[in-house]
Design a protein around this ligand. Structure first.
Ligand SMILES: [Zn+2]
Length: 275
């Protein structure tokens, strides 16, 4: 069974890895709130720049998380997330974009086959997803809020890996990280309507209505997994985190619980040289 493992370092840093991505020549991880230097409402591992936290703190947090994963901050490439479904093809000239210099793109998903570049996406309830094809050696990372989930950004990221690098879906491994679960993702009818618009009757198992025609509860992680299976990924190649960011605010940033004044988690993935 694909599973997540929690790693606790001596400096207090806590992060997760997913078994389908724990293979030679690949670094990856999902951050938590723990192990950074930020203070107050940003304590402690805030990896979101431009959220009101001090830039020096955020950069130190990046150094710590990158050191834990064994990747270089100078070669991180950050998503610029706008809740759409564009997939950016990342090349060597993008190294440092969004962290050490401005981005010239907007994209919720990133793909590359260049070793050493670290694809980085952010979340605080939204669903972080990471992808790896060990045969053609390409990787992807996608941020899926409810809009991205309805747009099928998971399937579009996989399609980009097939089209650009020749990846075959039966080889692709994926991880769906900590995010808001069905217990806490309570919505009006617009969110279920968007899921039905995208998936038709296939969306039904993931949409639950509360008692007396109340709010809906939507399982975004399961819908992202559904998109992956529909694209052709094998169930044994997909890990899904059970951690709900809105239930566990001592461990995770949650937009629903904290609002705009909060930090962000990051999910990172980086190809090394072939083992
Ligand atoms: Zn919850």
């Amino acid at each position: 069974m694909p599973a997540f493992t929690t790693h606790a370092l001596e400096n207090g840093l806590l992060y997760l890895t997913a078994s389908p991505l724990c293979v030679g020549g690949l670094a990856h991880g999902f951050s938590t709130r723990l192990g950074g230097v930020s203070r107050g409402v940003f304590a402690a591992l805030n990896l979101g720049l431009h959220r009101g936290d001090g830039e020096e703190n955020v950069l130190e947090n990046y150094r710590r998380f990158c050191a834990a994963l064994g990747v270089e901050p100078e070669r991180c490439v950050l998503a610029k997330q706008v809740h759409r479904d564009d997939v950016k093809v990342v090349t060597a000239q993008d190294a440092g974009a969004g962290l050490l210099r401005p981005q010239d793109y907007e994209a919720d998903a990133l793909v590359t086959n260049v070793p050493g570049l670290t694809l980085t996406i952010f979340s605080a309830d939204c669903i972080p997803t990471l992808y790896f094809d060990p045969v053609t050696r390409c990787i992807g990372a996608a941020h899926a809020g409810w809009r991205g989930t309805a747009l099928g950004i998971a399937a579009k990221t996989i399609a980009a890996m097939e089209r650009l690098y020749g990846a075959k879906t039966e080889n692709i491994r994926a991880a769906i990280g900590p995010g808001i679960s069905r217990c806490c993702f309570e919505t009006d009818a617009d969110v279920p309507a968007a899921m039905r618009g995208a998936l038709g009757a296939e969306a039904a198992p993931y949409l639950q209505r509360g008692a007396q025609g109340g709010k809906w509860h939507v399982d975004l992680k399961a819908i992202n997994r559904h998109w992956m299976l529909r694209a052709g990924l094998a169930p044994e190649h997909i890990a899904v985190s059970g951690a709900c960011t809105a239930c566990c605010t001592d461990l995770y940033w949650s937009h629903r619980r904290m609002g705009d004044v909060r930090g962000s988690q990051a999910a990172m993935i980086c190809l090394g040289e072939a083992p």
